[in-house]
Write a new protein. Structure first.
Length: 373
């Protein structure tokens, strides 16, 4: 509902700021407004016709154009907002005696803004769909033993394999991950958008993930939308050790690294066990790394040396970061220091098909290297 209301506000703003001011016949304005309403009704169409706004039952050949047009609408609203803010500043300057005006006639302005929005949407859709590059992040941890200095973990998160991102895409992600030769691989939720039966072939490449000390995972909110009890055995068969309020004490180079994980809080809505932070108090001594899908629970990191999260997709678009951050305790992407504990929020490896656009927030395969603080 919140997404639908936000989209309605965008549609109304474009109509008031652009369409009604166009120097054209009224019927053309009405037709343009109706087309915009259809594009803005994407989530309603997904739910009423596709069966789910999370994962509508549409073929990619239909889903991708709908996502592209919706992204273009969002970019157009942003560009109009910039234009209108600039117009207000120029109006204020004229009160002070200047003669500055926005360049070009309204029709040319509209054509230019629409063209720019379409180009930005095309670039953003390509960035969302491509196989991400690896990014190395060095994190200094106070008290890290010298033996663990240089230990590498690869974090994959928010893969969202299913509607748009298929098996060949995941195969390339796995190939790039294994090429990093990591000590550990962790998957921090939202791996799938679909049922085990529908995604049996597309999710299979995860079986090829390889790391010296194992491959571990936790659930994100999307696992619960598609039957978590059916997915957990599948992940086990793929060689992923799922940490559901659980931990593993790993003996690495004569020292102990404690890897713990909690399920996503969406579990509570589906009658499943939610995150239980009490067990973190009983973890063995050693360097503690916590896997938690959402960064919003980050205050709990004071019981761990490092927390790895995802969920936010980095905000998707550079101008939406502040909005996404407001729903996640101000934590939208990057490395944070919270009372001495470190938190890394990945922008994600894949993208949710419900908003398949990225600009200024590229996806990544995150290679984390632990360093002595």
């Amino acid at each position: 509902m919140r997404l639908a209301l936000a989209t309605l506000a965008i549609v109304l703003y474009i109509c008031l700021s652009l369409i009604w001011r166009l120097p054209c016949r009224p019927w053309l304005k009405v037709a343009t407004g109706c087309a915009l309403v259809v594009v803005g009704s994407k989530y309603i169409i997904y739910e009423k016709i596709g069966g789910s706004f999370i994962a509508p039952d549409f073929p990619p050949a239909l889903l991708l154009p709908m996502e592209f047009l919706y992204s273009a609408m969002v970019f157009l609203a942003f560009l109009l907002l910039v234009r209108d803010a600039l117009a207000l500043l120029l109006l204020a300057s004229r009160w002070l005696g200047s003669s500055w005006h926005l360049p070009f006639a309204p029709a040319k302005q509209a054509a230019g803004l629409l063209g720019a929005a379409l180009v930005l949407a095309l670039i953003g859709t390509w960035q969302a769909m491509r196989v991400p590059e690896a990014r190395t992040v060095e994190i200094a941890l106070p008290g890290l033993p010298a033996e663990l200095d240089g230990l590498s973990l690869v974090q994959l998160t928010d893969l969202h394999v299913g509607l748009l991102l298929k098996g060949p895409w995941l195969e390339e992600v796995v190939r790039k991950t294994n090429a990093l030769n990591p000590d550990l691989i962790v998957l921090t939720g939202d791996m799938v958008d679909g049922s085990p039966e529908a995604l049996a072939h597309d999710i299979a490449p995860l079986r090829a993930l390889h790391a010296r000390y194992g491959v571990y995972g936790i659930t994100g909110n999307h696992e619960y939308y598609f039957g978590v009890r059916q997915w957990l055995p599948v992940f086990k068969q793929l060689g992923i050790v799922m940490l559901q309020n659980d931990h593993r004490a790993l003996a690495i180079r004569g020292k102990t690294l404690v890897l713990a994980g909690v399920p996503d809080q969406a579990a509570l809505r589906f009658g499943e066990p939610g995150p239980d932070y009490g067990f973190l108090q009983t973890l063995p001594q050693g360097v503690r790394v916590l896997l938690q899908h959402r960064p919003a629970g980050a205050p709990e990191t004071n019981r761990a040396d490092l927390q790895l999260s995802g969920h936010t997709h980095g905000g998707h678009l550079f101008f939406l970061k502040w909005l996404i951050a407001s729903y996640n305790g101000g934590l939208v992407g990057g490395l944070f220091d919270l009372n001495g504990a470190k938190l890394y929020v990945s922008p994600g490896t894949g993208v949710w098909a419900g908003f398949s656009c990225r600009l200024g927030v590229p996806s990544e395969i995150t290679r984390i290297v632990l360093r002595r603080g």
